[in-house]
Design a protein around this ligand. Structure first.
Ligand code: ZN
Ligand code: ZN
Length: 410
């Protein structure tokens, strides 16, 4: 792609200005694979140009990560990384912004003992409890953006000649983040306003529950009193806006932890912990997962819901129309950042505190008392399709269509 350099520069602007929205004097913490070095250098330069006080990068490398999972001593995965958690929590408490650059190979940890991966997820999740609370209550600004890697592009475009796949993935990503628009920043503003209008309608409705119907799905989800529907842009503790996911197409809230009943069938594969979970259904009784059945990745799914008690309950209900740019592109990304924004989805694990009136200022116990779930994990999985209808049930029992045939009914 001849204009890649110019596009990359615009993409870095978008990540720094709309994504984390770095402020003068603020520290920016970037996590990224070394394959993203060129892009991260651009990010660094842009952040300093805005006046960032410091840009610190935590590098990772998929080869080294895989080596660790294959060969490191077992206690490495059960000993909490307190040094790492201490560092980023301190930065967060001092007002840093966090940008996560991802380029994951969906099969990076294929064949690794799932118990090692689960131990790692659990101990890391526990060590990062405080940090997660700060992120999930909008105390700090954070954002996730993705760039292609060869392995990821190979997975997404196997039918394309190998040397064209990375460019094709760039093109697809640039489309999803509206970088192919004349004025991407203005296009984002307009897009976020439209999402906000949908959230406003749902917030006025105050549905007591949602009823999902689709092939393999018959699920009822109660919503807690005082729940709030949110969308792509958030406001941090200092009043600065940020966009946590780029792309974002969703409007979402928190379910009542104990109010989920029925069965839901996933409609896209889930890339979780370097493995693929596919063709799965989950059954709930009073919020708790009572059974899971996957055609692929059954063991990984069982480890996921076994991470802690909260991993057996839902923490997010998100609505995404089937007619959205990512969905219409018909590309399966094998990456949740993209696939969740092509589909209605739910998340296993922790709820966002800001999805409850006054929730930003509540502690974990208060959130739990109001019916929100907490967990060491938060994993979205996709359930939407052109065959999905969703009805909202109001306080007086009226049943209204919210989604019909996969798209907004209003
Ligand atoms: Zn979501
Ligand atoms: Zn989520």
């Amino acid at each position: 792609m001849p204009q890649l350099e110019a596009q990359l520069s615009k993409y870095a602007d978008l990540a720094v200005q709309i994504g984390v929205n770095v402020q003068p004097g603020q520290t920016l913490i970037v996590s990224a694979p070394i394959s993203a070095a060129e892009f991260v250098r651009l990010i660094t330069a842009k952040a300093y140009a805005i006046g960032a006080s410091q840009v610190k990068v935590n590098w990772s490398d998929e080869f080294i990560t895989r080596q660790q999972f294959e060969h490191a001593a077992p206690e490495v995965f059960t000993k909490p990384p307190t040094w790492f958690a201490g560092e980023i929590t301190e930065f967060a408490e001092n007002g840093a912004a966090f940008l996560h650059v991802i380029a994951e190979d969906p099969d990076a940890l294929k064949g690794i003992d799932p118990e090692r991966i689960a131990n790692y997820q659990k101990t890391r999740g526990e060590a990062l409890t405080k940090f997660r609370e700060l992120e999930m209550s909008d105390k700090v600004s954070w954002s996730i953006v993705a760039i292609p890697s060869q392995a990821w592009a190979d997975k997404v475009f196997p039918e394309v000649p190998a040397d064209e796949r990375v460019d094709k993935l760039w093109e697809a990503i640039f489309h999803t983040v509206r970088l192919d628009r004349e004025d991407p920043v203005a296009a984002w503003q307009e897009h976020l306003d439209i999402l906000e209008q949908k959230a406003n309608v749902l917030n006025a409705k105050k549905y007591k529950s949602l009823h999902y119907i689709a092939p393999g799905t018959d699920l009822s989800i109660e919503l807690p009193e005082g729940h709030l529907w949110a969308q792509g842009d958030s406001i941090n503790a200092k009043g600065h806006s940020f966009v946590a996911n780029m792309p974002t197409e969703e409007v979402f809230t928190a379910p009542l932890k104990t109010g989920v009943n029925g069965t839901v069938r996933a409609t896209k594969p889930l890339s979780y912990g370097g493995n693929i979970i596919d063709g799965f259904s989950i059954t709930f009784e009073q919020g708790r997962i009572v059974s899971v059945a996957a055609e692929q990745g059954q063991e990984a799914l069982e480890y996921l819901i076994g991470l802690d008690e909260g991993a057996k309950y839902l923490g997010e209900v998100a609505l995404v129309p089937h007619k959205s740019p990512i969905s219409e592109s018909n590309i399966l990304y094998f990456n949740t950042l993209f696939d969740e924004n092509a589909s209605n989805h739910l998340a296993i694990g922790t709820a966002y505190a800001f999805c409850l009136e006054g929730g930003k200022d509540m502690n974990q116990e208060e959130l739990m008392a109001r019916g929100l779930n907490t967990s060491v994990t938060h994993v979205d999985f996709m359930i939407g399709s052109a065959e999905m209808d969703i009805y909202g049930i109001t306080a007086d029992g009226t049943r209204e269509p919210v989604f019909l045939k996969g798209n907004w009914a209003f």
